[in-house]
Write a protein that binds this ligand. Structure first.
Ligand SMILES: O=C(O)CCC(=O)C(=O)O
Length: 211
């Protein structure tokens, strides 16, 4: 695997230890068409530099390849997957999952189980338009929560089949949650950028059977 990117500590996130700020009353819900919604809370995690340092370490990042027509190409990001039994690499991530469980229990009716991580090394890394429709996500409403660490990147959403896109900028310590029919009726992507951006790690919490 290629060398991991180096993180320049930010000048504005000076908390000594990572701290999760309050969720209720601060998350803003955006209702999209067809029963989809997105909750957004910039700066949910304070002291995120500590978490990013750990995530940019040797936590088992994997460089994947996939078939594209007649060629095999590198997936433009590094990946790490934690099943429900595996300990997460920073305790604040376990606390984040517990807090999300408590907050979304009524709406979701089941706990978050797996944790997927993507490392975008620079602006050339990306994820193409898709919905999390492997497994139950293809037929059932669900909730996917993403906590972002590192350089801000855009998360775009657009209706399946096309239409205007909506942009969320995901910065250091920000939380975005896609819910309702979002994975079935909307697609999302993180496009490449020509801006000089540093690394970003996306931490995604999903219920069992959603990918
Ligand atoms: O980078 C992100 O926050 C989105 C990741 C994503 O959509 C995925 O891995 O399915």
């Amino acid at each position: 695997m290629s060398a991991l990117p180096v993180h320049q500590p930010s000048m504005w996130d000076l908390a000594d230890e990572p701290v999760l700020t309050r969720l209720p009353g601060r998350l803003v819900r955006h209702h999209l068409a067809a029963g989809a919604w997105v909750d957004h809370l910039p700066g949910w995690v304070e002291g995120s530099d500590h978490v990013l340092d750990v995530l940019l370490g040797d936590i088992g990042w994997r460089a994947d390849r996939r078939q594209m027509y007649d060629r095999e190409v590198a997936v433009p990001r590094l990946l790490r997957w934690y099943d429900e039994a595996e300990e997460l690499p920073h305790p604040v991530l376990t606390e984040a999952r517990d807090r999300l469980d408590a907050h979304y229990a009524g709406e979701l009716g089941e706990p978050f189980a797996t944790t997927g991580m993507c490392l975008y090394r620079d602006g050339r890394d990306s994820v193409a338009w898709h919905g999390d429709r492997i497994g139950r996500g293809s037929s059932q409403d669900t909730v996917v929560a993403i906590v972002s660490f590192g350089s801000p990147r855009s998360l775009l959403l657009r209706p399946v089949g096309g239409g205007d896109s909506i942009r969320f900028t995901l910065g250091h310590g920000d939380l975005v949650v896609m819910g309702g029919s979002c994975q079935r009726t909307w697609d999302h992507c993180v496009p490449k950028t020509n801006r000089a951006v540093g690394p970003r790690v996306s931490v995604q919490f999903r219920p069992r059977g959603i990918a």
